[in-house]
Design a protein around this ligand. Structure first.
Ligand code: F3S
Length: 385
């Protein structure tokens, strides 16, 4: 790999131990992926935040790294934590000890100069990239959204490579940073109507479980929230970008390209729903995977007004929550929780054994990671059932 003069200085330790270690890691990753050089990035988005997912070892690494002088040199935002920022464990009854550990993790990230956005939708919370900008983002749903909807360029970074990139402001040039690797290989033709956000989520879940190539959707017209839901569900597998005709900025280049055609009908969608449903109903109704937008909050509040006895939890970023509270009359049965999510929060420890959600990603990880039973359906169906 070509190493620039500035990078040589970092490798000699002239800018401190943390930067040296970070650059060495990025160079190793670059060499493994046959990158020719490092390129500048506009922002990093770091995952590995909830104490539930990183545990004691993760916390001690972050504390140590911050103490050794690790400091972000570019805009760096953070994925959701395990409890709501500021309100600690009040919104849902989480154990005190967990909340204390979570606060320590956030303290270490803050010391490194990372913005405590605690959201998986950084593009809705002050980190909106532009077309063609290079990024080092670690949250799969955000990576896929940035590549597919915005036309920015990011590989799916790990928590550690995103953190290292935030210190160096660069990333090795390989994978989706190169135009030739962004070409779709599968033409997806819908033979059934998609009626709501959970249908789009189920479609992307089906693709993620059955294919590994970049898909090109030709006859769907998802709105921004449906694209967000697709980005999340697609991230369950190994695909890091998709094209939608008329939406993805680069899609035009491939409209006439010959590709393998895959038809998706009612049966495939039904299979996706069946795989993600293990219970008929639940008292824990939630949405916001990925973190809810203003439009989603408005829609849920409208539905919730008609079913006042049902308590609904909406997970979102602190920024969107503040905006929602100032602009929408939130019904009493709606609880908006900021900075955490139903997958990275210790829901089982809070006594929650089942949930109803409109997100395939949330359903998949709740079933497989948190061992929580799930009803996966549209928000309307969940609230009206
Ligand atoms: Fe975001 Fe949590 Fe879903 S991080 S994409 S809300 S699993």
């Amino acid at each position: 790999m070509d190493i620039e003069k500035e990078e040589e200085k970092i490798l000699r330790g002239e800018k401190g131990e943390a930067e040296r270690v970070a650059l060495e890691l990025l160079i190793k990753i670059g060499e493994l992926n046959k990158a020719k050089k490092l390129i500048k990035i506009k922002s990093s988005h770091v995952s590995g935040v909830s104490y539930k997912t990183i545990g004691e070892h993760g916390l001690s690494f972050l504390r140590d790294f911050a103490d050794r002088g690790a400091r972000a040199c570019i805009k760096t935002t953070l994925n959701p934590a395990g409890v709501e920022i500021g309100r600690g464990r009040k919104a849902i009854s989480f154990p005190c000890s967990f909340a204390d550990k979570q606060r320590e993790i956030l303290k270490a990230y803050k010391k490194m100069g990372i913005e405590l956005t605690c959201t998986c939708t950084p593009y809705l919370a002050n980190n909106l990239p532009k077309f063609n900008e290079h990024l080092a983002w670690a949250e799969s749903s955000a990576v896929i959204y940035a590549n597919s909807v915005i036309g920015a360029k990011s590989n799916r970074e790990s928590a550690i490579t995103a953190l290292a990139s935030s210190l160096i402001g660069k990333i090795p040039l390989y994978g989706l940073h190169l135009s030739e690797n962004r070409e779709p290989k599968l033409k997806i033709v819908l033979k059934t109507e998609l009626k709501n956000q959970s249908d789009y989520s189920a479609l992307a879940y089906y693709i993620s479980k059955n294919f590994t190539e970049i898909p090109f959707f030709v006859n769907i017209k998802p709105n921004k929230d449906e694209l967000k839901a697709m980005s999340a569900a697609l991230g369950i597998g190994s695909i890091n970008m998709f094209h939608v005709k008329g939406i993805t900025p680069e899609a035009k280049e491939y409209e006439n390209k010959k590709m393998e055609v895959v038809e998706i009908g009612k049966e495939e969608l039904k299979k996706a729903y069946e795989e993600l449903n293990t219970c008929e109903e639940s008292d824990f109704l939630c949405t916001g995977c990925p973190h809810a937008s203003m439009d989603e909050i408005k829609k849920v509040c409208k539905l919730a007004n008609k079913k006042k006895k049902k308590k609904i939890y909406i997970f979102t970023s602190k920024k969107v929550k503040q905006k929602a509270k100032s602009m929408i009359k939130i019904p009493e049965n709606v609880k908006i929780i900021a900075g955490t999510c139903m997958v990275v929060a210790p829901l089982r420890e809070a006594g929650i054994e089942s949930m109803a959600t409109n997100s395939a990603k949330c359903a998949f990880y709740s079933l497989n990671l948190s061992k929580i039973d799930v009803k996966f359906a549209s928000m309307r169906e969940i609230i009206s059932s």
